[in-house]
Design a protein around this ligand. Structure first.
Ligand code: HEM
Length: 426
C-alpha cells in the first residue's frame, strides 16, 4: 500500500518529468493519440498485453511519468511492480490496480468487557442529570431558553448529498457504504459551546450530517464531526466533570478546578494550542469523529476532508462563519471527502485504542464517499436552516453496522437524549 505522503512526493516528481517532456514537445493532450492512451499502451506492451485502454479523464502529468518509465522499471527486476509505479499505472490506465489483500485491516478489538459495559449504566444515568445541569447553568449565565448542552449555535443547516465512492475498498463496504448510492443528507455546522457566542472567539466547530433513505433503502444514520481530531478526555467521566465545572455560574469554580487539577489545566492549554480554534472558513476545515464507530465488523474513526482549494479569511465578525458559508454557497457548491481509518494490525490496543477518545490514530485514511452541498441562495439557506431547527443529531441515530464504540460514545446515548429532551420539553 502506498502512503499518501509517498504519493504527494511522486506527484511533485511527476510534474517535473511532465514539465520536461512537455517542454521538448514529447507529449501533449492535444495530440491525436492522447498521452493517457499512449501510457496505457506502453504499460500493456511491457506486460505482454495487447490492449491499453484508459479510463477517466486525461492526466497528462501522470501519463508523462508512465511514458518515462522503462519496461524494466514497470515490471521490476523480479517481474513484479514496485508499489509507487503500480499506483501510478493504476491511476493513469485504470488497470493493474494493486489488490488490497495484503493490507486488509483487522476486525475490531480492544472493546471494554461485557461486565465493564454493564457496570457503566448507572454512571450514565448520572451524566444525563449532569448535562441537564449544564444546560440550566448555561441559561443562567448566558440567558435565552434551555438549549443544546453543547453545539448550541447553528451556522447553517442545509440539504446536500452523500455519494458513495466507487473505489472504496471491499472492507469498507458496510452500512451506508455497502452499495453505490447517492443519499440526501442534512448538514448542520455549529460552534461547540452550549450557548451563543461570537464566531471570532476560539472554539472547536461541529459538522453533523443526517443521512436519509435512498432508492427505497431506509438509512437513518447521523455522523457527527468536530474540528478537534481527539477528545480532551479519554472517557466520559472526565468530560462531564469538566463540562460541569466550566459551566458553573460561580466564576471562581472553574479557575479553582484547573488550579486543583494541573494535569487537566495543562491538557486544556495543549488542546487550545494544538487544534484550530479560529478558522479562516469552514470550507477549509477538516472535521473528525475523534471517537470510534463500527464499519461492519471493523472499528473506524472518520473524517470529512475539504475538496475545494483553500480560501483566505475574508472577515472576522461575530457571524463570520455563517456569512462566509452563505457567500461561498451563493457562488459555488462545496464538498468534503468522507474518509475512514481502521485500527492498526498490531493486535495491541495501544496504537489505535477504542476506549480512549483522547488518543490519535495514525493509520491511513480511505475515501468512502463524498459530501456535497450544492450552490444555493442565502434565502434558501435561511429557509432550510429554519426547517432544521427542531432536528436532533446523535451518534446513536445509527444503523447496526455503524454502532458507536468506546466509553465516550456509549455515554453519549444517555447524554444526547437528556439534552434533547430538556430543550424540546418531552
Ligand atoms: C463525553 C463526550 C461528549 C459530550 C458530553 C457531548 C455532549 C453533547 C451534547 C449534550 C450535544 C447536544 C445534543 C442535543 O441537545 O441535541 C452535543 C452535540 C454535538 N456533539 Fe457532542 N458530546 C461529546 C462528545 C462528542 C464527540 C466525540 C464529538 C465528535 C465529533 C461530538 C460532536 C458533537 C456535534 C457535532 C454536536 C452537534 C450536533 C448537532 O448538530 O445537533 N461530541 N454533544
Amino acid at each position: 500500500m502506498t502512503a499518501i505522503g509517498d504519493l504527494d512526493r511522486v506527484d511533485c516528481w511527476m510534474r517535473a518529468v511532465a514539465g520536461t517532456l512537455l517542454a521538448f514537445g514529447l507529449i501533449g493532450c492535444g495530440a491525436s493519440t492522447s498521452p493517457c492512451q499512449l501510457a496505457a499502451e506502453h504499460v500493456a506492451s511491457c506486460l505482454g498485453e495487447t490492449t491499453g485502454t484508459t479510463t477517466g479523464s486525461c492526466d497528462a502529468d501522470g501519463a508523462a511519468s508512465i511514458l518515462a518509465q522503462s519496461c524494466e522499471q514497470i515490471t521490476g527486476a523480479s517481474g513484479k511492480f514496485d508499489n509507487v509505479i503500480t499506483s501510478l499505472i493504476c491511476r493513469i490506465t485504470g488497470h493493474f490496480c494493486p489488490t488490497p489483500s495484503a493490507s486488509i485491516p483487522p476486525l475490531k478489538y480492544g472493546e471494554a468487557s461485557a461486565d465493564q459495559i454493564a457496570a457503566e449504566a448507572s454512571e450514565f444515568e448520572g451524566y444525563a442529570m449532569q448535562i441537564q445541569q449544564v444546560q440550566r447553568n448555561n441559561q443562567q449565565v448566558h440567558g435565552g431558553a434551555i438549549d443544546r448542552g453543547f453545539h448550541q449555535k447553528t451556522h447553517i443547516c442545509v440539504q446536500g448529498q452523500l455519494d458513495v465512492d466507487p473505489n472504496r475498498p471491499d472492507f469498507a463496504q458496510f452500512g451506508v457504504f455497502a452499495q453505490m448510492r447517492s443519499y440526501p443528507i442534512w448538514i448542520r455546522f455549529s460552534n461547540s459551546v452550549g450557548y451563543s457566542q461570537s464566531d471570532a472567539l476560539p472554539d472547536t466547530r461541529g459538522m453533523a450530517i443526517k443521512v436519509q433513505g435512498a432508492d427505497g433503502y431506509a438509512a437513518v444514520q447521523d455522523f457527527l464531526g468536530s474540528t478537534a481530531p481527539t477528545q480532551l478526555f479519554p472517557d466520559a467521566k472526565g468530560a462531564m466533570e469538566y463540562a460541569l465545572m466550566n459551566s458553573d455560574p460561580d466564576p471562581l469554580v472553574y479557575p479553582k478546578y484547573l488550579a486543583d487539577n494541573p494535569s487537566i489545566a495543562l491538557g486544556v492549554a495543549k488542546y487550545a494550542t494544538t487544534f484550530p480554534l479560529i478558522t479562516t472558513s469552514l470550507v477549509n476545515q477538516d472535521f473528525w469523529s475523534s471517537s470510534v464507530i463500527s464499519l461492519g465488523p471493523r472499528a473506524v474513526k472518520f473524517n470529512y476532508q475539504p475538496c475545494q482549494d483553500k480560501v483566505p479569511l475574508d472577515f472576522l465578525t461575530s457571524e463570520y462563519l455563517s456569512d462566509d458559508l452563505k457567500a461561498r454557497l451563493a457562488q459555488q457548491s462545496i464538498c468534503y471527502n468522507f474518509r475512514v481509518q481502521f485500527q492498526a494490525d498490531t493486535g495491541s490496543t495501544v496504537a489505535t485504542p477504542i476506549e480512549d477518545a483522547s488518543a490519535a490514530w495514525t493509520t491511513p485514511f480511505y475515501v468512502v464517499g463524498k459530501i456535497t452541498i450544492p450552490q444555493k441562495s442565502s434565502s434558501d439557506i435561511e429557509e432550510e436552516s429554519a426547517a432544521c431547527a427542531s432536528m436532533s443529531f446523535s451518534p446513536w441515530n445509527t444503523l447496526a453496522e455503524h454502532t458507536p464504540l468506546g466509553n465516550t460514545n456509549r455515554a453519549r446515548k444517555a447524554i444526547y437524549e437528556a439534552s434533547r429532551a430538556n430543550r424540546q420539553g418531552h
